[in-house]
Design a protein around this ligand. Structure first.
Ligand code: SAH
Length: 458
């Protein structure tokens, strides 16, 4: 009864939602079109600057939202999104724009934020901007008819959008996930239900090697008791002999955090390997690895070129992950010091140095800020710092110790120009200047943009 009343109320509300004809005056940083309603700016998904549209307006208590009902004047940059899930999924933000227009949009964002520090180079785009993601995460749930579905959480909700094929992901992963769903049915394995906290399989993660072709499948389960485990693995491998390792991750927490602490290797070596810029890397389930290997090579080559390294240089690679940048540049310098917070990633980094027979690199597990303070206090000499922090950017402690360490150059790689701008403000106030800014499109069809900035002593 209650539910029905609520439904009726919602329907009434929806009827009263106003429809308006609007002009899209610009684009926000998430690639949404900006319109004005009662002099207030409102961001609308799937709308491009210069377009005219009919939108449906919803007034909430403190804010107003709008969604496109009909585009009345189309932009020349508009295309029909290739993916049928574009409007529900929320994982891609720019599929309604031609790829060239996406690139221009990203250049504009970088210019708005970093333009005050110098000229922005043309963005490095991807030749074939599809199938690029090498790390695929799929959540399991039940569809309306009770069937097992897998896909991603809809933006701002815990509803799973069922997706069989995602055009920015490695297609091999999609096929494997589809097979797992089928096997779940025949093995009577239930998908985990977020509301009742019942069921077994919560998520599937797939990591793929671009050059090696290796594939890791991680099954995130709610309990360590895996019924018919051996038979299930055998059946999966029979269908997909290309899988090189299978890992079980046990997550019995009642939260939306994806991975649990306990991990068990069910098949193979428990990690995959891949080659990047000529070095081989070991990648385990929890360690960070760039998601677009084709563009990562371009990014790293550009960053290393910018640094103009010398064979006598000592380099610090801060936020080094599994040691990719450290190891790739190691043959150009005297010594590299890598620092990283995640213990699994540091373990991988140490193994990677051995695997590639590289002897002039040392890795340390620590908070990068704390580590730099200790280095600065010991007056250690560093010629060039590479830094590649997470989206939240660096910390004042870290930046303060860069100034104290006094390297000639800093190469700052960032996946968030907003926090990079904040950090550049600090460095340029404290004796450094920006020499070059290079955007790279690491995440086609999303609004995300990577930048690499060369900073030198004034
Ligand atoms: N340079 C690497 C990793 C970049 S991602 C690459 O290109 O592959 C950012 C990394 O910073 C992650 O590995 C994350 O674990 C690490 N990290 C996050 N906070 C940190 C901190 N406070 N100190 C050191 N490393 C940190």
């Amino acid at each position: 009864m209650k539910k029905n009343k609520k439904k009726k109320k919602n329907r009434k509300k929806r009827k009263s939602n106003k429809k308006l004809k609007v002009d899209c005056i610009s684009t926000d940083r998430q690639g949404k079109g900006i319109i004005k309603i009662n002099k207030k700016k409102v961001s609308v998904p799937n709308l491009i600057e210069g377009e005219k549209a009919l939108v449906e307006v919803r007034k909430k208590r403190n804010y107003t939202t709008a969604r496109v009902k009909n585009i009345e004047k189309k932009s020349k940059d508009r295309i029909v999104p290739k993916c049928p899930h574009f409007h529900q999924c929320g994982g891609c933000h720019l599929q309604h724009m031609k790829y060239e227009a996406q690139a221009k949009f990203k250049e504009k964002i970088v210019k708005e934020l970093l333009g005050k520090y110098g000229k922005i180079n043309e963005i490095i785009t991807m030749d074939k901007p599809y199938d690029y993601r090498n790390k695929i995460h799929s959540t399991l749930s039940r569809g309306k008819g009770g069937e097992i579905v897998s896909g991603i959480y809809q933006q701002y909700s815990h509803k799973v959008v069922a997706i069989d094929r995602c055009i920015i992901q490695d297609p091999r992963a999609d096929r494997i996930i589809k097979s797992i769903r089928k096997l779940m049915k025949s093995f009577k394995l239930r998908p985990y239900d977020e509301d009742s906290k019942k069921g077994f399989l919560r998520h599937i993660l797939v990591k793929t090697g671009y050059l090696s072709g290796e594939i890791m499948v991680a099954l995130v389960v709610s309990s360590k008791i895996f019924p018919s485990k051996k038979k299930f693995i055998k059946a999966l491998l029979k269908k997909h002999p290309e899988i090189t390792t299978i890992v079980m991750n046990i997550n019995n927490r009642k939260t939306s955090v994806v991975l649990g602490k306990v991990e068990k290797v069910l098949y193979g070596k428990g990690f995959i390997e891949d080659t990047l810029c000529g070095c081989i890397f070991q990648i385990s389930l929890k360690s960070f690895y760039q998601v677009n290997p084709v563009q990562t090579e371009k990014l790293y080559n550009k960053a290393i070129d910018m640094a103009k390294l010398d064979t006598n240089d000592v380099v610090l690679d801060a936020y080094c992950g599994i040691g990719t940048i450290s190891l790739i540049l190691s043959d150009k310098v005297k010594k590299v010091i890598g620092v990283e917070l995640n213990q699994d990633a540091v373990k991988d980094a140490i193994k990677n140095a051995k695997r590639n027979k590289i002897k002039n690199v040392r890795f340390y597990q620590s908070d990068a800020g704390k580590f730099m303070v200790r280095m600065a206090n010991r007056k250690e000499q560093v010629d060039t710092v590479f830094m590649d922090p997470p989206r939240s950017g660096s910390t004042e402690k870290f930046l303060h110790s860069i100034v104290k360490l006094n390297p000639k150059k800093v190469i700052y790689i960032s996946c968030n120009p907003v926090t990079q701008e904040r950090d550049l403000k600090y460095l340029t106030k404290h004796g450094y200047k920006v020499k070059e800014i290079q955007p790279v499109d690491m995440f086609p069809h999303t609004y995300h943009v990577e930048t690499v900035v060369l900073i030198e002593k004034k």
